[in-house]
Every structure is written in structure tokens, then in C-alpha cells.
Design a binder for this molecule. Structure first.
Ligand code: FRU
Length: 480
């Protein structure tokens, strides 16, 4: 196949070569962000899963590390998490060295083929050299499958109040919480998810963490689901509620999405980052992930995003914003004030756009408009607001290459979640993706695209006259 490095992002993480899906084992340790990920080193399509590994000091430039976990007699290494066992509850620590412990799913393909439902079990491994080398626990698995077809993706965190570990596990159509004193012995605490949230597909890759709002601790539960997302295929929903060490009780039972776009899946947060909660997702969708036209690698991660909560009316909603490490990337800003748009306006005369960029628009009125990313072939991606429907959208129906899958060309929509009369939109574009943060991060949308030639032209389109109070553009990239 033809090399398509043209779609390689500059500051989003990609493997050097071959297949990647979910982020795994994200843990911050001694100034380094560790990112492990579902990896198949022998092909650009999904296969026997390993944990790839990369590290970063700043969340935007990544160093590739050797593969951390290889498949073994218990199966492939599916998704999971990593923690620092500071109190050495596991006993894996030696000479005062804090063990990094990975908790993951062993997926046994041979058992799966034989039928039945016990092929997914939870196992652990530890590292005493900052994630470089790993020792699998001799008595794996530590949590055996009780007979549930989908039993995977353990996300573990320390619950200080009861001095115990909590495992949040995806168990088919619900989440099951387990607890442990030592990461080896697990006891079931409760289940959550029956008749709550979206159920168009299997529940996967959960995460549970506290965030404070107005001085009060709320617990956020992320649950990825495939299929059944708001724009088809895979997506990540969330619940806000209370967690007492045993049971999660949601404030409301309706469905909310971390990101409404088609390409943000299996995202979870870094552990050991204190009050800060940094999220990263896999920037693809199982509907077409194995077909996207990149080579020699497949898939990128989203940018890291800081999560917080905001009260909107009676609701408590999750807010996603580009992490400051991303926002501060890049060259000096070009700012335009009071930009009157009628019909179509070409911003590129001013921005001289090339390469990745960030574009921010603010308006004091609500009106239809679209930012158009385009090239000389008239291929385009539209990112806009539809006033009548009160929706944001990403339209990639004319985005260039899309016939690799009949699921790809689409206009993805997302609700506007505030009634504020002011509007703001931030776009982060890097080679083959756009990440949209509207209303200061209340609505997030992520979409990938593959134009034949780079989109070097940025336009703003508005059928009715519209004044943008401010337009801010900057080129982005590491070290520019
Ligand atoms: C989510 C997922 C996980 C599983 C992994 C396998 O994308 O299906 O549930 O652990 O991918 O690669």
C-alpha cells in the first residue's frame, strides 16, 4: 500500500507503525505521563493484542517505548489500567521501590472459539523500573470470569476513605464494582447500569473518578459503548452521581456523551494526577477503524483534555477542554475583531494556513454558520452550528477519501447544551482530524477525515449576516 504519512498528526499520539486502539494503563509517575495502548505490532488491522507503550513529559511530544505486555498462554492482553501501589499493598515493591501495577483483561482466543463465556479474566503485572519491564503475577488471573460473555477493561483506583482499591469493570450491559486490599483478591461490591443510560451495544472501558463542583465531591462514571453512539458506532457516555466505596448512585439516569463526534472512543483518565483529571480517547470508531486509509500505522489518540463539571440549569454536566499543554502549543495568535460574515469569507488570506492549527470563534448572537476546511479540489469538512435544530455538526460527506467504508461519510450532530445567547467554538485541527469544543467545552465533537490534498483554506460561511466578535487563529505544533 501507498505510504500516507500525509495523515500523520503532529501532536496527537500515533504508533510508529501498525495497529492501535484503546489507551491503556495511563499513569503519571515522577514527572512522566505513561500511555500504554492496545497494539498489534504485526499488522495494520486488529489482531492479538499487546500493550504498546509511550511516555511524555508534556502530553504533546511522545517517546516510543518497547512493547510492555505480550500475549501469553492465558491469552491476548486486552484493555486495562495502571496504578502506583504507593503503600505496597501488593507486596510487589522491593527495596522501597514503588511498584507500578497494571490490571488488564486476559482474553483467551482458544476458549472463545470453543464457545462458552469464560474467555475474559482479569490479571495483573508489575514493573519496578518505571514501566520499562514487566513481570506478570504467577497466580493470574486474579479475577475469574463467573460466566459473563463480556467481562473486561478493569479501571482501578485507590479509594482513600476505606483504604482499598476499587475496580470498575465492564460486564456486558452494566458496570460491576469490585474492591481489594492488595490488587490480588477481589470482592464484588455492586452493579450499575440496568435501565440506565444508552444500551445500543456492549459496555466497555469504564472509568470512575471524583471531581468537585462548588466544593462538593461528585463522582463521574465514564462508559464506552459499541455500537449505539449518538452518531452510530462507538462512543463514550457518562453519568454523574455519588459513590460510597461500594455503590454508584447517579443524579440522573438520562444519556449524556463525553464527545458527540464519531471518533472518540474508549477514553479514560490518567491516574495519579491529583485533582486534575486528564482524559484521552482513541480517535476512531469500530465502524471503520480497520479500513481508514493510513499507512504504515492505523489510528491516533485524541488530544489530552482536562475534565471538569458545570451546573447548567438543574443538570450537572461534564466539560472537556484541551489540556493547557495543548492550548499553549504553537505560534503567536492572529486576532480579528468584529468580523462581518455574509455568504462566504476566506480567512486564509489572513492566516496563511498550513499545518495544524487552532481556531477560536466567538459571537454575541446565535446564527447559522460553518467553518469550512477546504482544498483546490473542493473537498471540504464543515464544522458548524444549525440554529433551527440547535445543533453543532461536523459534515464530512465531501471530505475527500471516504469510500473505504460506507459508514464513514456522514454529517454528525450534537446538541447545544446551554441557553446562553453567546456562542464560542474552538477547533483543533491536526492533519486528519478536528476536535471541536463548543460553549467552553460543554459540547465536544471529534471527527477524522482524509482529504486528497491538505485543507489549506479556511472559510467561514453564513447564509444570513453574522458578526463574529472575535476570531483567533494560531498555527500549532511542537516547537514552532
Ligand atoms: C474497546 C475494546 C475493549 C477491549 C479492546 C480489545 O475498543 O473492544 O473492550 O478490551 O478493545 O482490543
Amino acid at each position: 500500500p501507498q505510504a500516507t504519512e500525509q495523515y500523520r498528526p503532529k501532536f496527537h499520539f500515533t504508533p510508529k507503525a501498525n495497529w492501535m486502539n484503546d489507551p491503556n494503563g495511563m499513569v503519571f509517575h515522577k514527572g512522566t505521563y505513561h500511555l500504554f495502548y492496545q497494539y498489534y505490532p504485526d499488522s495494520t488491522i486488529w489482531g492479538p493484542m499487546h500493550w504498546g507503550h509511550a511516555t511524555s513529559k508534556d502530553l504533546v511530544s511522545w517517546q516510543h517505548q518497547p512493547v510492555a505486555l505480550y500475549p501469553d498462554s492465558l491469552g491476548y492482553i486486552f484493555s486495562g489500567s495502571a496504578v502506583l501501589d504507593v503503600n505496597n499493598t501488593s507486596g510487589f515493591g522491593k527495596n522501597g521501590q514503588v511498584p507500578m501495577v497494571a490490571i488488564f483483561t486476559h482474553h483467551d482466543p482458544k476458549l472463545e472459539k470453543l464457545g462458552g463465556n469464560k474467555h475474559q479474566n482479569q490479571s495483573i503485572a508489575y514493573s519496578l523500573d518505571e514501566g520499562k519491564t514487566w513481570t506478570k503475577y504467577a497466580q493470574n488471573p486474579v479475577l475469574k470470569n463467573p460466566g459473563i460473555q463480556d467481562f473486561r477493561d478493569p479501571k482501578v483506583s485507590w479509594y482513600e476513605k476505606d483504604k482499598k482499591w476499587i475496580m470498575t469493570l465492564a460486564t456486558k450491559d452494566r458496570i460491576t464494582f469490585y474492591s481489594s486490599p492488595n490488587l490480588k483478591d477481589w470482592t464484588k461490591q455492586s452493579e450499575f447500569g440496568e435501565k440506565v443510560g444508552a444500551h445500543g451495544g456492549v459496555w466497555e472501558c469504564p472509568d470512575l473518578f471524583p471531581l468537585t463542583l462548588g466544593g462538593k465531591t461528585q463522582w463521574v462514571l465514564l462508559v464506552s459503548i459499541n455500537p449505539g453512539g449518538p452518531n452510530k458506532g462507538s462512543a463514550t457516555q457518562y453519568f454523574v452521581g455519588d459513590f460510597d466505596g461500594k455503590k454508584f448512585t447517579p443524579l440522573s439516569t438520562d444519556t449524556k456523551w463525553v464527545d458527540y463526534g464519531p471518533d472518540n472512543y474508549a477514553g479514560v483518565t490518567w491516574s495519579n494526577t491529583g485533582d486534575r483529571k486528564i482524559f484521552l480517547g482513541w480517535m476512531s470508531n469500530w465502524e471503520y477503524a480497520n479500513q481508514v486509509p493510513t499507512h504504515p500505522w492505523r489510528s491516533a489518540m485524541t488530544i489530552p483534555r482536562d475534565l471538569s463539571l458545570r451546573k447548567v440549569g438543574t443538570q450537572v454536566l461534564l466539560v472537556s477542554q484541551p489540556s493547557k499543554e495543548v492550548s499553549k502549543l504553537g505560534s503567536s495568535e492572529i486576532t480579528l475583531d468584529n468580523v462581518a460574515v455574509k455568504g462566504e469569507m476566506n480567512l486564509s488570506d489572513k492566516t496563511k494556513n498550513t499545518g495544524p492549527f487552532q481556531l477560536k470563534l466567538t459571537a454575541d448572537q446565535l446564527a447559522d454558520f460553518a467553518v469550512v476546511l477546504t482544498n483546490d479540489r473542493k473537498e471540504e469538512v464543515l464544522i458548524g452550528y444549525d440554529k433551527k435544530a440547535n445543533q453543532y455538526y461536523i459534515d464530512r460527506t465531501k471530505s475527500g477519501k471516504f469510500d473505504f467504508s460506507n459508514k464513514f461519510a456522514m454529517r454528525a450532530t450534537a446538541p447545544r447544551l446551554t441557553t446562553s445567547a453567546k456562542m464560542d467554538l474552538t477547533l483543533i485541527v491536526d492533519a486528519a482530524s478536528v476536535e471541536v469544543f463548543a460553549d467552553e467545552g460543554l459540547t465536544a465533537m471529534t471527527g477524522i477525515f482524509f482529504p486528497t490534498d491538505e485543507f489549506k483554506t479556511i472559510k467561514v460561511r453564513a447564509a444570513n449576516p453574522l458578526t463574529l466578535r472575535k476570531v483567533t487563529y494560531k498555527r500549532m505544533g511542537v516547537g514552532i
